[in-house]
Design a protein around this ligand. Structure first.
Ligand code: B12
Length: 253
């Protein structure tokens, strides 16, 4: 399954026990809200530049413009790959559901990724840090199954990875408005700054993390992804709220 997904640009694949995941999620954000008798969650993601390069090779026209309403080619691709995987699983995927990170009823993908064994959620910047890719990880889709074709990731078998423990935290200095130290929370501070034109080409916090710097997205990818989050921030600031935006992006084909 890993080689199969890798050939499609999604090189991070893991399996999560939905009972363990649901046990730490609020009502409305659980796997069982999508598939009541869910028995496994297959999580797909990408690290570094692989997914972007793959998509630009096979579908260059889709990246000619920046992000816009109803246009997120990476989400569309992720949905296609997850659907193909469900198809390949045949009867084992009967009654499945696919959840994307930008869906209106999404799941907490950062938590899912940690439970899938992709890395550790930073206690400093709250992003998932992969041992090689650091924060240059994008979480792409979750395939929820009513069967258990693969064993879920078992954290007791993995080597400990505590990336921020002894770090001098240069990431925090990468933010010109000190968003991660603000009592207002990172988003309002970050959003105010970015909507005013700050940090126009990328996130300094991500760039300054000690891990995975060689896997930083290329300029076009970084600009595209960063423009997407600015687009969402602007919509939130205009009062449309998160739900309205993600709903408008849903199942964009
Ligand atoms: C909505 C959203 C946003 C919104 C948040 C709006 C808000 N707070 O109201 C905006 C557009 C601002 C945003 C920005 C960014 N985001 Co964002 N975001 C999401 C998304 C799609 C949904 C979050 C959600 O509903 N979670 C489910 C609920 C139950 O969990 P929650 O903890 O209550 O959700 C909150 C947090 O997830 C938080 N959040 C969202 N993004 C990020 C990023 C960081 C670093 C942190 C600390 C928190 C955070 O906002 C949510 C709503 O309040 C997730 C994907 C996902 N489904 O998890 C990506 C996701 C969490 N974001 C991600 C990233 C990378 C970013 C940016 C760094 C992108 C960028 N280059 O600008 C910025 C960081 C901004 C900052 N200052 O820290 C990645 C994290 C990857 C990783 N390695 O951990 C994710 C997983 C997307 C992905 N497909 O990989 N994001």
């Amino acid at each position: 399954m890993v080689d199969w997904a890798r050939a499609r640009g999604l090189d991070l694949v893991g399996v999560v026990d939905p009972h363990a995941f649901d046990g730490c999620q609020p009502a409305g954000r659980r796997a069982s809200d999508h598939v009541p008798d869910c028995e496994s969650i297959i999580v797909l993601g990408s690290g570094g530049r692989r997914c972007w390069e793959h998509l630009n090779e096979i579908r260059p026209a889709e990246f000619a413009d920046g992000p816009a309403e109803g246009h997120h080619p990476i989400d569309r691709w992720s949905l296609e790959v997850a659907e193909e995987l469900a198809g390949a699983l045949g009867d084992l995927a009967d009654g499945h559901s696919i959840v994307l990170p930008n869906d209106d009823r999404t799941l907490n993908f950062v938590q899912l990724a940690e439970m899938a064994g992709f890395g550790t959620v930073s206690p400093v910047i709250h992003q998932l840090l992969h041992p090689d890719y650091g924060p240059w990880v994008s979480l792409r889709a979750a395939l929820l199954l009513r069967t258990r074709p693969f064993a879920p990731f078992d954290p007791t078998t993995a080597a400990p990875f505590e990336p921020c423990h002894d770090c001098h935290k240069p990431c925090l200095l990468g933010c010109p408005v000190d968003a991660y130290s603000s009592t207002k929370g990172p988003f309002s501070v970050c959003a105010d700054h970015r909507i005013a034109g700050g940090c126009a080409d990328g996130c300094g916090v991500r760039r300054d993390c000690c891990i995975g710097r060689e896997h930083r997205y290329g300029p076009n990818e970084e600009a595209f992804r960063h423009a997407y989050s600015l687009y969402v921030m602007r919509q939130i600031a205009r009062g449309r709220g998160l739900l309205g935006i993600v709903r408008s992006l849903w199942r964009r084909r």
